[in-house]
Design a protein around this ligand. Structure first.
Ligand SMILES: NC(=O)c1ccc[n+]([C@@H]2O[C@H](COP(=O)([O-])OP(=O)(O)OC[C@H]3O[C@@H](n4cnc5c(N)ncnc54)[C@H](OP(=O)(O)O)[C@@H]3O)[C@@H](O)[C@H]2O)c1
Length: 242
C-alpha cells in the first residue's frame, strides 16, 4: 500500500484524524484535509513524524465550491495520484433541533457539508480515482440516517437532531445511487457508520466506544479487496440495515 494515496476530509480531529493516522500507519500516503489549514498541516506533520510515512496537509472546507474545485490539481501536484476518498467531514446542530422548527438556513448548511460536500468531492475527484487500480470512496454516514438503527435511527429519537439525520439518509442515498452508476469500473463506493464513538465530552457516559474503534470501522471499508461490496451500508465491515 506504500504508493496508495488517501484523502480524508475533516481529518484534524475526531474519527477523521484517527482514520488518517491509521491509514498512515498502514503505509498510505495521506492527504489530511481540514477547514483550518494550519491544523491540517500540523496534523500531517505529526503523522509524518511518527514513521516512514508521508502525510500532507490541505486546507479544505467541503462546503466551499471553489476550494473543492481546486483539490484535484493540488493533490495531483503533490502526490500525482489518488486512490481513496474518505468523506468524513460532517456538521451537526444539536439534540434539540426538530424538523418542524428547524432553522432552514442552518439545515441547508448541514446539507451543504454532509451531503453536497461529499457529493462535490466525488464529482471533483472521480476522474483521478478512475485512474487508480483500486479506487475506493467511503462516505462516513450514521445509523442516525437509517431506518434500521434501533437506538438512533430516523424514527427512534423523537425527531431530534433532524437535519443531521436527514443529511445522513441523503448521504446513504447518494452512496447507493453512485454505486449503481459505477459497476464494472473497480470503484467501490460504500457508506460506513462508525458507531457511537467518543469524540465529544460526555460521549463515553452515553456508551460511546473509543475513537480507535469507530475509525477502524471506516478503515475496514478503505481496505476492501477488489470485487468487494459496493453500494453497501457497513459497520465494522458488516452490512447494516439502511
Ligand atoms: N462520533 C459519533 O458517535 C459518530 C456516530 C455516527 C457517525 N459519525 C460520523 O463520523 C464522522 C466523524 O465524526 P466525529 O465524531 O469525528 O465528528 P467531529 O469530532 O465533530 O469532527 C467533525 C470534523 O468535520 C469537520 N468539518 C465540519 N464541517 C466541515 C466542512 N464544511 N469542511 C471540512 N471539514 C468540516 C470538522 O472540522 P472543524 O474542526 O473545522 O470543525 C471536524 O474535523 C462524521 O461524518 C459523523 O457524522 C460519528
Amino acid at each position: 500500500m506504500s504508493d496508495t494515496v488517501a484523502l480524508v476530509t475533516g481529518a484534524t480531529r475526531g474519527i477523521g484524524r484517527q482514520v488518517a493516522a491509521d491509514l498512515a500507519a498502514r503505509g498510505f500516503t495521506v492527504v489530511v484535509s481540514g477547514r483550518d489549514a494550519a491544523a491540517a498541516l500540523a496534523t500531517a506533520a505529526e503523522l509524518s513524524d511518527r514513521g516512514e510515512v508521508r502525510a500532507l496537509g490541505l486546507g479544505l472546507d467541503v462546503a466551499d465550491v471553489r476550494a473543492v474545485a481546486a483539490v484535484p490539481a493540488a493533490v495531483r501536484d503533490v502526490t500525482g495520484r489518488l486512490d481513496v476518498l474518505v468523506n468524513n467531514a460532517a456538521a451537526f446542530v444539536d439534540w434539540t433541533e426538530v424538523a418542524s422548527a428547524a432553522d432552514l438556513d442552518v439545515a441547508r448548511e448541514v446539507m451543504d457539508t454532509n451531503l453536497f460536500g461529499a457529493w462535490r468531492m466525488v464529482q471533483a475527484l472521480l476522474p483521478m480515482l478512475r485512474e487508480s487500480p483500486h479506487p475506493r470512496v467511503v462516505n462516513v454516514s450514521s445509523g442516525g440516517g437509517s431506518h434500521g438503527d434501533e437506538q438512533f435511527g430516523l424514527t427512534r429519537r423523537g425527531g431530534a437532531a433532524a437535519s443531521y439525520g436527514i443529511s445522513k439518509a441523503a448521504l446513504n442515498a447518494l452512496t447507493a445511487t453512485l454505486a449503481a452508476e459505477l459497476p464494472g469500473t473497480g470503484v467501490l463506493v460504500n457508506a460506513v457508520c462508525p458507531g457511537l464513538t467518543a469524540t465529544w465530552p460526555g460521549a463515553e457516559q452515553m456508551g460511546a466506544r473509543p475513537v480507535e474503534e469507530g475509525a477502524a470501522s471506516v478503515v475496514a471499508a478503505v481496505v476492501l479487496p477488489d470485487g468487494g461490496p459496493s453500494g453497501a451500508f457497513l459497520r465494522d465491515g458488516h452490512p447494516i440495515p439502511w
